[in-house]
Write a protein of this length. Sequence first.
Length: 438
Amino acid sequence: MGNKILIIFALCLAIGIVCAQNEPYVLGADISWMQQRENERVKYYRNGQEGDLLSILKEVGFNYIRLRIFVDPKAKDPNVPNDASGWNPYPYSAAGYCGLDSTIKVAKRVKAAGMKFLLDFHYSDTWADPGKQYKPVSWQSLNTVALLSDKVRSYTKESLQKFQEAGALPDMVQVGNEVVHGMIHPEGKNNGDAFAKLVLAGIKGVKDVDPNIKIMIHTINSENPVGYLSTLKSNLNKVEANAANQIDVIGLSYYPKWHGNVDSLKRVMNNIAKNNNIKIAVAEYADFHREVNDAVFNLPDNKGLGTFAWEPQEFSGDDSKPLFDWTNNARRSNARLELYPKMVIDYGLSNVQSSSSSNTPSSSSKAQSSSSSSIQSSSSSADEPSSSSAEDITPILTHAVEKNMENIRVYFDGSRVLIKKTLSNGKVRIFDLKGDER
């Protein structure tokens, strides 16, 4: 009996290890404008049927929502002039949309819908992007990196505590938005020591509330993201030993008009994957929906986290292609939205979403190779020795686990638990629970 308990524990541990490495692929969307549009009585439709935007997105397979947050979206900065077109970034919203209170309300709906949530801190009162990272008006007197770092940490912590109190804590946090040239200018401009200190302050503010929240750093698919990440990690480790290890995800903005074709995106992401042990996401995209997702999903070593379509119910600028078309005061789904149910099947997400089935429908994509992957204790093959102990614990191994193109099987050879991986090229590798290859 004691041996059986140890075997069951070991198998459960093995399953836990595999599952930890195989989180569901992220099909995400940034829908931060939703609350404002709903208050403006905008209606959403899929195939002619009116519905709640969150429900429509979940229905077609989206499982993650990204929301931006500004320090004070009502603030005005008289020192910031209009641009050439006469537009001024201040105030972002006189009604306070995308501020703390309004964002918490939307986050609660996201959680109630059973979806995960990425919170995008801009650390500004208005849009932050590669060309502008305005210091919040209420922080203008903080003119040293030390003072700003303290503020970034306390503001991040206090904001997340409010989300926590509302039962809407994010699963992942972006420390800054498109921080290609640093954040909170002028003090945090460019990828140097000052920027690293501000990033670390943001990370610490997150971890003060919940150390399990994932951290994303967000740049763009140009201006050498590989070198950018390498420099940032080096500077973070100079500020504090091993600080760079706290970055879980590198997120890229990808807009073809500015960042090249999908092949360029693939090259950049594969280069990041080759040189870094980090998850990779496309944090913003608005075109080539299937191609972008395939590129991320097919990254080597399971390093593709997923994607976040940017305002797919709104954005059609920069030659982009949204998932909804505007008709008067309505947003009506188009054929691009219907690409997502197929992705759910092809990426094996139906297994994750449904506990009643362990079979992934077949497809012509990479997921075809993984659709039959499952954890089994069967001893039907010659390289999986028969054991009555393994048969005794078969009932605990009832669900499928996807691992990219690898077919993973766990079995007991009479004396130890082994993990067998059948690679896409047909080769077989067998490991023990220590990770040593047999």
